[in-house]
Structure formats: C-alpha cells, structure tokens
Design a protein around this ligand. Structure first.
Ligand code: NAD
Ligand code: UGA
Length: 476
C-alpha cells in the first residue's frame, strides 16, 4: 500500500505537532490537517508563527519548514478525507459529562462522528488510524460504524473475513497508533520517541504506517501488536506514569510530618535501576488533559468487566491526587492564621506544567477554587496562559458566578505587580523564569510575615529563608 496523501482530523495538541513533525520528516507525503473549529485552522494558518494555537518549544520552526510545502491546515474536511490514503483520527476524547458512565467513561462522540464522516465521504480504500486515546476495543466499534454507515454488513466479524471490504467495495483498515508525546516537549518526543506503537490486524496496513515512521525512527523502536494491546497500552502507560506521581506525593505528606526531604527520598529510591529517577518529582498534584481522564476510563472499563479490585487499585491514584491539591490549599489557610478572607494570595503559574499554554485539569484551578471559597483574593501570573483561559477554567467549575470569579481573582502580566502587597505566594507551575525574579524586591513589597508555598519545589529554600520569607515546600 503506497501512502501519498494523509489527512488528520483534529488540529489540537496532538494532531498539530504530530502532523507537523511527520511532514518535516517526510517531504514526499502531502499532509492535510482539518478541524471542525474554523478558528483553530485560521490560527494554524496565521502569518505570525508565534501565535500558533499551541505553544510548544521548537514547533514554530517545524511548522515554518513544512507549512505550504507538504503540510496544510484546512477547513474542508470532506475533501481531505476524499483525497487521503491514510486518515488519522486525532480528536478529543474527554471524560463523559452526561448519561451512562458520566464522570468516568471516555466520551467517544467525536471519534464516532469522524468514523461516520469517513464512511459517508470515502470513495477509495483508506487506512484509518486511531491516534486519539480511546478505550480498549474501540477499533471494533469504528469498524462497525464504517461498515454500517456505509450500508455494509453490521457484523464486524463478517467484515474482517471479507478482509475489511465494506458495503461500497471500499477497503477500510483500522490501526491503533496511540501518541505518547508530553506537552512542553512534544517536538522532541516526536522526533526521538522512546517507541512508536502500532496495533492492527492487517499486515499491509501495519507496514504502510511503519514505513512512514521508519523515515526517522529506528526500526527497533517501532513496536507492532494486535489492536487491543495497542489500545490498552496507552491507557496503561498513562496510569503507570500518574501512579508514580501519586506514589511520591503520598510520600511527600509523610516527609512533612517526619522531617524527611522528599527530593532526597526520590533520589535515593530512583537510583535503583529497577525504579529509575523519572516521574518522582513531588508536586501539588498532576494535571493535564489526560492522566485523570485516562485513569477514570481504565477504572470504568475494569468495573464494566466486574473487576472491582482492579478498579479500586487505579482509582486510588486519582483520589490521592485530589487529596494532594486539597491539602496544599488547606496548608495555606492554616498557616495564614486560619483565615485568608480578604487576603491577597499571588499565584505563580496556572499551566499544568511548564513550557505549555495548556491549563486543562491544572492543579492551580482546584487550589484557586478552594481558596476563593475562603474568600481569598487571588492574583495570577503565568507566562503563557491567557486571562480568558484562566477565567474559563474557573467558570467551568461552576462554584460561583463568573462576575464573582472576576471580582475575586485578577490576572496580571507583571510578576512584581502580581506579588505586591500579597500575604503569600503559591508556586503552582515550575516555570524556570520564576527562579530568576528579584526575590529581595518581592519580599520588601509583601505583607509580613511573607509566606511562600512552593507546590513545585522550584525555589531555593535556603535562599528564600535568608531573604526573610517563611518558605514552605511540598514534601518537607
Ligand atoms: P484537543 O482538544 O487539543 O484537539 C482535538 C481537536 O479535535 C479540537 O480542535 C476539536 O475541534 C477537533 N474535533 C473534535 N471533533 C471533531 C470532528 N468530528 N471533526 C473535526 N475536528 C474535530 O485534543 P488533544 O489534546 O490534541 O488530544 C486529542 C487526543 O489525543 C485525545 O484522545 C487525547 O487523550 C490524546 N492525547 C493527547 C495528548 C496531549 O498531550 N494533549 C498526548 C497523547 C494523547
Ligand atoms: C502525559 C504523558 O507523560 C505522555 O506520555 C502522554 O502522551 C500524555 O500524558 C497524554 O496522553 O496526554 P503530559 O500530561 O503532557 O504527558 O505531561 P507530563 O509530563 O506527563 O506531566 C503530567 C502532570 O504530572 C503535570 O502536571 C506534571 O507537572 C506532573 N508531574 C510529572 C509531577 O507532578 N511530577 C513528576 O515527576 C512528573
């Protein structure tokens, strides 16, 4: 199967960077990224590469190289589907907010609508690639949708026996190719992935996708499996990573009451080559669009098979994360003499991690919500997250009216204004530039005693204390 034209449905944090890197590495392929959100497409096509819809180090350079050559961003979804030999589905799969599985299961309505649109529009053979993170066995549903929407056979088994041939004589082959990039390092992760995972049941289709990655990924890093293993591996990888963060965060609380230092514990534990040093940084809690969503999904799947011990085990990773955010907020209130009412508290950072403008599920949102419930007055400064995004995050919680959120929380551009007159500073994101601030000047302009609550263990404790701050880091 020779692939010349690729379409990617979904121009988000995964679709945009992933297709940009494929385009840069494979100039012979023509890649069109489409999205149902026209503003997003306009932003990808915008003249100012510093204003792409997604901020990722190195992304602007990759887009500059390929855009207009073999990388295109388009609103014409039907045409891109029609012309493509291979279609990546890279749409969002958020936690369901309604109906059966509400708050737990993945909402597959966007994936389903892509499958229906492909079936309705396609006139030639297609390889359909699941790039989105989806529940195990979703490929079976996609195959069925492609079949039925196309007027073909309703039974997936029958289609497989017919070699994927559908009602109008079109061959659809479904592959699972989950994405493992992390935000903030997406371009590097895509250029040098630990592995690329391709699951499928059609050897030719697997080879066609393998051949694309083989342009820059060493063969030994391309793993092929059956469909269900690939789908489940993605959920499992995120669950393991999040579990490590919750494990060290659980220990951080123990450190605080025993006098141990969580960074020292992490270093000692991580030096064991069987454990390894990564993902052992204690924090105010993990955020991001995927860890919680994917574990909830895993828990839901386990429960749907009546595997309650399995479900309970993984659910604890989420419960511990919520506890960590909550206890950070509680510590601020307790330390500020049990009341933060009317007190200005400055937040450094809103993004869920450094080097991204993404704030989905950021711990900052939940810490702010808890402090606003105590009538604190919050000022926020984040180098990349817009004030519109910050207010949208808070409004989405529905804890108070949008007017109230804007009255109690102010977004500042200047860090020194953010902290001026504050009773306390809370470090919520580990942006490097925070370390470079003029901390003696900040101390002078704050209420005394001046507290810092470092939810990222970012700042130098000794330096802060020598300036005069009452410095508290999560994990002792
Ligand atoms: P996103 O919300 O940034 O982007 C998804 C895009 O899909 C949106 O722009 C939306 O408008 C578009 N879309 C939705 N339905 C559509 C349709 N029917 N037709 C056309 N466009 C449609 O999401 P994301 O962060 O890129 O994540 C996408 C998937 O990748 C999710 O399943 C996620 O779990 C997974 N994933 C995300 C990351 C990450 O770092 N963000 C990493 C690995 C995997
Ligand atoms: C994560 C995974 O790392 C990716 O492999 C995966 O593709 C992606 O989810 C996804 O499926 O969306 P991402 O959420 O972008 O990537 O970022 P991470 O670096 O994993 O960080 C997640 C959260 O954990 C952040 O809030 C981060 O600050 C926190 N974290 C991470 C810690 O608190 N401590 C650590 O040691 C590591």
């Amino acid at each position: 199967m020779e692939i010349k034209n690729i379409c990617c449905i979904g121009a988000g944090y995964v679709g945009g960077p992933t297709m940009s890197v494929i385009a840069s590495q494979c100039p012979h392929l023509r890649i069109t990224v489409v999205d149902s959100n026209p503003e997003r497409i306009d932003a990808w096509n915008g003249p100012d590469l510093n204003k792409l819809p997604i901020y990722e180090p190195g992304l602007a350079e990759v887009v500059a190289e390929a855009r207009g050559r073999n990388l295109f961003f388009s609103k014409d979804i039907d045409r891109a589907i029609l012309e493509a030999d291979m279609i990546f589905i890279s749409v969002n799969t958020p936690t369901k907010t309604y109906g059966k599985g509400k708050g737990m299961a993945a909402d597959l309505k966007f994936v389903e609508s892509c499958a229906r649109q492909i079936a309705a529009v396609a006139t030639s053979d297609k390889i359909v690639v699941e790039k989105s993170t989806i529940p195990v066995r979703t490929a079976s549903s996609i195959k069925n949708i492609l079949t039925q929407a196309d007027g073909g056979q309703p039974d997936g088994q029958a289609d497989e026996q017919a070699g994927g041939r559908m009602g109008r004589g079109i061959n659809f082959h479904v592959l699972s190719n989950p994405e493992f990039l992390s935000e903030g390092t997406a371009v590097q992760d895509l250029l040098k992935p630990d592995r690329v995972l391709i699951g499928g049941d059609n050897e030719e289709a697997i080879q066609a996708l393998t051949a694309i990655y083989a342009h820059w990924v060493p063969a030994e890093r391309i793993i092929t499996t059956n469909l269900w293993s690939a789908e489940l591996s993605k959920l499992t990888a995120n669950a393991f990573l999040a579990q490590r963060v919750s494990s060290i965060n659980a220990i951080s609380e123990l450190c605080e009451v025993t006098g141990a230092d969580v960074d020292e514990v992490a270093r000692a534990v991580g030096a064991d080559s069987r454990i390894g040093p990564k993902f052992l940084k204690a924090s105010v809690g993990f955020g991001g669009s995927c860890f919680q969503k994917d574990i909830l999904n895993l828990v839901y799947i386990a429960r749907s098979y009546q595997l309650h011990a399995v479900a309970d085990y993984w659910e604890q990773v989420i419960l511990l994360n919520r506890h960590q955010r909550r206890r950070f907020a509680d510590k601020i209130v307790r330390t500020l003499y049990d009341t933060v009412s009317g007190k200005k508290i400055a937040f450094l950072g809103w993004a869920f991690k450094k080097d991204t403008n993404d704030s989905r599920e950021s711990a900052a949102i939940y810490v702010a919500d808890a402090l606003l419930a105590e009538e604190a007055e919050i000022t926020v400064c984040d180098p990349r997250v817009s004030s519109a995004r910050i207010y949208a995050d808070l409004d989405a919680l529905g804890s108070r009216s949008p007017e109230e959120n804007r009255r109690l929380l102010k977004v500042e551009k200047d860090p020194y204004d953010t902290m001026k007159g504050a009773y306390a500073i809370a470090v919520l994101t580990e942006w490097d530039e925070f370390k470079m601030y003029d901390w003696p000047r900040i101390y002078q302009n704050m209420q005394k005693p001046a507290f810092i609550f470092d939810g990222r263990r970012l700042l130098d404790a000794q330096k802060m204390e020598s300036i005069g701050f009452d410095y508290y880091a999560i994990g002792g």
